[in-house]
Design a protein around this ligand. Structure first.
Ligand code: ZN
Length: 341
């Protein structure tokens, strides 16, 4: 097996969205420290910048110019939560480019799989709008790169950030070749991601939203991974698996109320590594989204990177809880017309 890669760079700390903002530079400095200490087993890739053309595959050029115009300016607010400092445009291009670096390394054969540890995050960014701490939609830019540069046909995007990835869903909701599957707390910011949002036109059925009540934990995630995520993903038969990997569903996270631990993220990662092995020649790439408790962020990043690298401890196999039973029945009913559940 080829090595697992991480993309990490201290320059991702240069985006400063304002004082006391949860999406803060320390998220990256914590991960840089983790990567320096313990990670001899993984290959570290230095990121490149995404080009304007690559970013404009996912965004309106006029909007990209608006973000570019914030360079060397004092703080510019795009919405109450989302502000660009003088280095944000540069850092956001490096975030998208870091994911492209990882994808190129996987496709061109140097590494098995990997995780791009970048910021600012991306999944709330719409075609012509920054929102929810996000400027450029890194996972969409990555998926479009795979399609246009490498001819990848079927892409599965799993979004396990605790918030729904509205930007990603909207970009692909008419497209049957990109399956967007999101697990997120509901109701919660940004308000999209209802069970009834299943895609439109030819894309109907290729958006799969799994809204989760506050308090959902590892036991429920274990069963959802096995009985919903895995069968849907295998039936779709992706050529590449991408993951919007946020860790704000951890029980320590200050922005949301799910109750996951690093074990819950291992269940999801293990399931998707298996899906990638079965249909995508092992090709799976993660890109960091949210996760605002630094201890949980490092722990979960470590756990998921181990899963990618084939270091798989025996995990508990929890019984079906009452909460899991309710969710499984609800999701079976919603999706059995589209997928063999
Ligand atoms: Zn989030």
């Amino acid at each position: 097996m080829l090595p697992t890669a991480i993309v990490i760079d201290q320059r991702y700390a240069r985006h400063r969205p304002g004082q006391h903002h949860p999406e803060r530079p320390e998220r990256i400095t914590s991960l840089v420290a983790w990567a320096e200490e313990a990670q001899d087993a993984v290959e570290k890739l230095p990121p490149r910048y995404a080009t304007n053309e690559e970013i404009c595959r996912a965004h309106d050029p006029t909007y990209v110019e608006r973000v570019a115009a914030t360079a060397q300016q004092p703080l510019v607010h795009f919405d109450p939560d989302t502000a660009a400092c003088s280095d944000t445009y540069d850092t956001a291009r490096l975030a998208a480019g870091g994911f492209l670096t990882l994808l190129e390394a996987i496709v061109q054969g140097g590494v098995e799989n990997g995780f791009a540890l970048v910021r600012p995050p991306g999944h709330h960014a719409e075609y012509r709008r920054a929102m929810g701490f996000c400027f450029f939609n890194n996972v969409v830019i990555g998926a479009e790169h795979l399609r246009r540069r490498f001819g990848t046909e079927r892409i599965l995007i799993v979004d396990w950030d605790v918030h729904h990835g509205n930007g990603t869903q909207h970009f692909y909701e008419r497209d049957p070749n990109v399956l967007y599957l999101s697990l997120h707390q509901w109701p919660l910011y940004p308000g999209t991601g209802d069970l009834t949002e299943v895609g439109t036109g030819a894309g109907e059925g290729f958006t799969v939203n799994l809204p989760l009540p506050a308090g959902t934990g590892d036991a429920e995630i274990y069963h959802l991974a096995k009985e919903i995520v895995q069968p849907v993903a295998l039936a779709f038969r992706p050529d590449f698996v991408l993951v919007s990997a946020g860790f704000d569903g951890h029980r320590r996270d200050p922005l949301a109320e799910l109750a996951l631990t690093d074990t819950g993220y291992r269940y999801l990662a293990r399931t998707l590594v298996e899906v990638a092995a079965a249909t995508a020649g092992g090709r799976i790439a993660l890109v960091l989204e949210g996760g605002y408790d630094l201890t949980a962020l490092v722990q979960c990043t470590h756990a998921v990177t181990q899963e990618l690298a084939g270091q798989r401890p025996k995990l508990p196999e929890p019984p079906v809880t009452a909460a899991a039973k309710v969710l499984l029945e609800r999701f079976h009913r919603a999706f059995e017309r589209y997928w063999p559940l």
